[in-house]
Design a binder for this molecule. Sequence first.
Ligand SMILES: [Zn+2]
Length: 393
Amino acid sequence: MIKISPKELIDEVPDIQSVALPDNWFRTIDYDITIFKSLYNWMIKEGAVPKEFATQLHNMTYVGEVTYKKLLDAESKRIKKKYNLKEDALKKAVFRLDTGSGPISDIYNCRISGNCILVIPDASRSKLFSVVIKIFERENDKAISKIKNKAAGENFYQWLISQIERPDIIGAFAKEVKLDKEFPRDAEYCESIESYLGVHCHFLDAVEEAWIEYVSQYPQRVNPYAWCNECNQKINVEVAQIAICEEYGGVRVLCDSCVPKVSHRSLFCETPLFQITQEQLQNFTESHGLEGYEIASFIERLKIWGVFPLNETGFIYFIQSEDTRKIKIGYSVNPTDRVKTLQTGHSCPLRLLKIIPGDMKFERALHRKFFKFRVQGEWFEPHPDIIEYISKV
Ligand SMILES: [Zn+2]
């Protein structure tokens, strides 16, 4: 379980009140009322919160794990003495009282560490949750990278099993795979695993993500290949063509024998798959109206096939239309060229606000983060949250 230091909450949550419980407090408690009631009464008496909050304190009081344990132990002792309950009956009674009137000890499965009592008014609660989510993500990332550093294996299956403890979707997928006796343990292609799992499997994103990580670590294990979207065969990259289907607008890869079958209903990219750059692909797909996420997932697929370099680090760019003030958040290997290309398709001037190092995964995370302000595609409202983010990052 992830732990949050009280200091971090005190620093970031507005109007938070820290209450120090004297060492001898537990010796002075009243055996006729619950320990929680004693605590809240004492807090009111100490002036930690206004009197009118008295009945809501169990929703406003947050305690560190040490304090929480002390409170539960004291309550257990009190009930035992007063009602002469034992074992399970005693535990149940404490649990009932705690859930009914005890203070809050975990927030989104994170626990506050140490000995502390914090009072957080309702108005600060949304800020509290955002601080906790931030800490949770940070700690989770730390735990993931620790396990990532130990990733190894002769093949994808072994590599995946080495990641079984990860607190993310790859760890969850590894657990499932370990139990699956039929899993294709010597699969050489990501597609072989995907077709084994089937289109309805909820781990398909995890397969892709894990595969990319695995191949980034051992790039020599994959020779660039492609998969024809028409005949579903593994094909040589040198004979693969990229096309946009006119019927439903999706981008696809075709082998040379399938090209004539669909040529009447597809628009072909002039550059074949093995020669195309990320820049050219982005321009081709965007000029045919493909959405950013579709392009990103297609590029990801090309990385899985070893067509595009896996470890390529590009940039996230933020540009603003001087006319509408809308902001575009995008990914590119060469952002200054990208802005020039975008400018030719725009009648009003575009201003480059910022460029930061990052990959497509990060770009997508940003799109998700600001989804409320999304206008269309990769364009967002110039909301203060986005402006603030750009200025700080
Ligand atoms: Zn084909």
